[in-house]
Structures are given as C-alpha cells and as structure tokens.
Design a protein around this ligand. Structure first.
Ligand SMILES: [Zn+2]
Ligand SMILES: [Zn+2]
Length: 61
C-alpha cells in the first residue's frame, strides 16, 4: 500500500467531487477525497477518505 497524501485529492476524488476533488461542505476546512477507482461509491470513508467520511456524517444528520 502506497503512502497516500490526504491533503491532496486523488484523480478518482476529482470525479466524485468536481471540479477539484474537495468535499464542498466546509467553508474553512478543505477536505480532499482520496478515494481510488476501486473504492465503493459511496464508500462512506471506509478506505480512509476523510471527504467521504464527512459526507456520511452529513447524511446522518
Ligand atoms: Zn472519497
Ligand atoms: Zn473511498
């Protein structure tokens, strides 16, 4: 497993959170989606992606 930089969106992240791969729900903090192509959609943060984990908590509120 390669070391993933969680501050930078992956290419798959850009597809999931266009145009730049950051979760749109935060004004101050930009959370990058680090999902890979094999990741479930939605993955709910199971891969360690903070953006998708935050999406899940948004949906539960
Ligand atoms: Zn993600
Ligand atoms: Zn993921």
């Amino acid at each position: 497993m390669t070391d993933i930089d969680r501050s930078k969106p992956s290419e798959e992240g850009k597809r999931r959170y266009p145009p730049d791969g950051f979760h749109p729900g935060f004004a101050d903090i930009r959370v990058a989606c680090t999902c890979g192509p094999a990741c479930a959609d939605p993955c709910n943060g199971h891969c360690g992606c903070l953006a998708c984990e935050h999406s899940l908590s948004d949906a539960l509120e």
